[in-house]
Design a protein around this ligand. Structure first.
Ligand code: FE2
Ligand code: FE2
Length: 165
């Protein structure tokens, strides 16, 4: 039944690749708008998703499968910060749900290592969701002031010579 695991692992790679592309796109635009905190969060999360791809690919190769490396979705050209955070939180929720289901499927097929891999990914995706959720709450609570503060912080860092992330 390793074919089923390979198929699920490749579907995970496709979603992780989409997340890397989307979060880096958000990173560029937050950086361009001067929102250093959010730009840094999207970049760090994209890097974590890339490390997920590496772990999943290693498992596929161990199972003697092929790593497909096809993104599951095109990048959405969203420039509004509130919409970015909403989309990112939704992506994390659906990844966590899929990986939970796929962990169960791998368990049914007696592939406990792939099951454990999916379970460890669920933990990371839930943490990512939480990070985006906190930022959405901040934005709802403080509104435009929250974004203005990030721009001011950048100006302070620039004048102090501190490089952005
Ligand atoms: Fe991930
Ligand atoms: Fe994630």
């Amino acid at each position: 039944m390793k074919e089923k695991s390979i198929e699920l692992l490749n579907r995970a790679i496709a979603d992780e690749l989409s997340a890397v592309h989307q979060y880096m796109y958000f990173h560029f635009h937050c950086d361009d708008q001067g929102y250093d905190l959010l730009a840094g969060l999207f970049k760090r999360t994209a890097i974590e998703e890339m490390l997920h791809i590496e772990m999943i690919a290693e498992r596929i190769l161990f199972l003697k499968g092929e790593v497909e490396m096809l993104a599951s979705a095109e990048v959405k050209k969203i420039h509004d910060v509130k919409k970015m955070l909403k989309m990112a939180a939704d992506m994390e929720t659906s990844s966590a749900r899929d990986y939970n289901n796929w962990a169960n499927e791998c368990a049914k097929n007696a592939d406990s290592v792939s099951k454990k891999l999916f379970e460890s990914l669920v933990e990371d995706e839930e943490r990512h969701f939480d990070q985006y959720d906190v930022e959405m709450e901040n934005l709802a609570k403080f509104g435009d002031n929250y974004l203005a503060l990030q721009s001011i912080e950048r100006s302070k860092n620039l004048s102090a010579g501190t490089p952005p992330e």
